[in-house]
Write a protein that binds this ligand. Structure first.
Ligand code: GDP
Length: 468
């Protein structure tokens, strides 16, 4: 009878809903990288391709697209109410303006987040059978990679940190830039009663030094990380510390040194630790964007330091004897992707070299580390392609060039970019004129579509198994 049928349908509906609810999945995808590595552009592109360019033609290597199981993706209200929302519409309107030239969106300098609901048809098994549609809630969390470089501070005393950092400041290229700070520091009597103004002044010198090093040398191992991007902590006493030259055996209560130590301890306790306990340990997947080409532009030292940064990041997943993070909190992350970004700055014939170079940086660093249940992958990609490939025939030879508008110029240009090395070069192997990869402005797009290089591979690696 029809009423029995209705009742049955109602029941079936309820059952489906229940199954739905239990099969809906949540994934927290963390996006990091040093400032300028491309986090803002990556998230903008990821959201754009999922919400309005989600086709098998555009994302052929993303299974859910290729198999035409994607139904729709929407931005939905986030659950974490204390984290600022990633300003997607502002970033997108910079890249795809209604009028005028497209521009790169402004980088964000603090943690922020955005939630997507990805609706899809499951391909098989339990989920496919009971639930014609499933939803994957994807929380994207963007945070500065600089924050991760503070990790060693968790295990150091102020004295140990200070000695290590002070020694670094004695070496090139830091020492050349450090004179103002070192002079100011030499005038401070560590044992005298605290002089807050003097400490603030020297801290300001130290902050100027760190920001200058970052800008001029692209060096990365700069601590404390929050001094580079203090956000709401600017001027807070716990940021007003710096390394000192010599430690006295005894720290006199109320002295300058006693205050510096107190601030260091507070920074570790109130800033470094909470990031791990409130955020990091909840992440499921992590992409680390690496600007390998800019490091090559700077030279051998910066590339080497890029390797050190990777080592530092990998330490977060090291389960060996030095895996001290695990003793504090076990990270959840089971997939980690290092992506060499901005591969549209080189010709497509050399994408493989860029991937190999990043791979050699990661593997050189990870060889002696032990990972437990964490998959690590490297790729070369471009969230937003700002150039077009263009072949030029010169004296019978085909050259794989790129075409675009360099950031610093007003003219469009056909340009033959250098070939990146496939592995880390020693100082003596470095080309005498170094490398020069140009940066490009985003391309105008009359059809309001963004172009990418291998973003679909990235999506498949990070999310594919959650969308089956
Ligand atoms: P963030 O500081 O990590 O958020 O970095 P952004 O996303 O703001 O990127 C910094 C700069 O890198 C941008 O202003 C662009 O100039 C460049 N950039 C980022 N992603 C790409 C990309 O996919 N292709 C190209 N060509 N440039 C990019």
């Amino acid at each position: 009878t029809s009423s029995a049928k209705n009742a049955f349908n109602k029941l079936k509906g309820k059952a489906e809903k229940a199954v739905h609810r239990s099969l809906d999945q949540h994934v927290k995808l963390a996006v990091t990288g040093l400032s300028g590595s491309g986090k803002t552009a990556f998230i903008t592109a990821l959201v754009k391709h999922l919400t309005s360019q989600a086709t098998d033609k555009n994302l052929p290597f993303f299974d859910v697209m290729q198999q035409q199981r994607h139904i729709a993706t929407k931005i939905v209200p986030q659950q974490a109410l204390t984290i600022p929302t990633f300003d997607y519409s502002k970033a997108l309107s910079a890249l795809l303006p209604l009028e005028g030239q497209p521009q790169w969106p402004a980088s964000t300098e603090r943690i922020n987040t955005l939630r997507l609901a990805i609706k899809y048809r499951s391909d098989s098994g339990l989920r496919g059978h009971f639930a014609p549609q499933s939803t994957l809630y994807l929380d994207i969390i963007d945070y500065p990679g600089e924050w991760l470089l503070d990790l060693p501070m968790l295990e150091q005393s102020y004295q140990q940190w200070s000695e290590q950092q002070y020694a670094l400041l004695q070496r090139s290229p830091r020492v050349e830039k450090a004179q103002a700070f070192l002079t100011a520091l030499s005038e401070l009597d560590l044992n005298a009663p605290v002089d807050e103004n003097a400490l603030s002044e020297i801290a300001a010198h130290y902050q100027t030094l760190l920001i200058g090093l970052k800008k001029d040398t692209k060096l990365a191992m700069l601590q404390p990380g929050r001094m580079l991007m203090p956000g709401e902590l600017q001027g807070a006493p716990l940021l007003l510390f710096f390394p000192v030259a010599k430690f006295t055996d005894e720290i006199i209560a109320g002295s300058n040194l006693a205050h510096l130590k107190k601030r260091f301890d507070a920074y570790v306790k109130e800033v470094v630790k909470p990031f791990y306990s409130q955020h990091f340990r909840n992440f499921d997947r992590q992409i680390v964007l690496v600007d390998v080409l800019s490091a090559l532009n700077e030279g051998a030292e910066t590339l080497q330091e890029q390797g050190d940064v990777i080592k530092q990041l990998l330490a977060h997943f090291n389960y060996g004897e030095t895996g001290f993070l695990k003793r504090l909190f076990k990270p959840n992350i089971d997939k980690l992707l290092f992506a060499a970004n901005k591969s549209d700055h080189i010709s497509s014939a050399h994408h493989k070299d860029l991937a190999l170079l990043l791979d050699s940086l990661v593997h050189e660093q990870s060889n002696h580390l032990k990972f437990d249940g964490v998959k690590i992958e490297t790729m070369a990609m471009s969230s937003i392609a700002a150039t077009m490939p263009k072949q030029v025939v010169e004296q019978g030879k085909t050259l794989n060039c790129i075409y675009g508008k360099p950031l610093a110029e007003s003219q469009w240009l056909t340009y033959l970019p250098p070939q990146p090395p496939m592995r880390i070069l020693g100082k003596d192997e470095w080309p005498s004129h170094g490398f020069e990869f140009l940066s490009f402005a985003p391309m105008p797009s009359p059809d309001k579509q963004l172009k990418h290089i291998r973003l679909d591979h990235v999506m498949q690696y990070l999310l594919g198994d959650k969308l089956t």
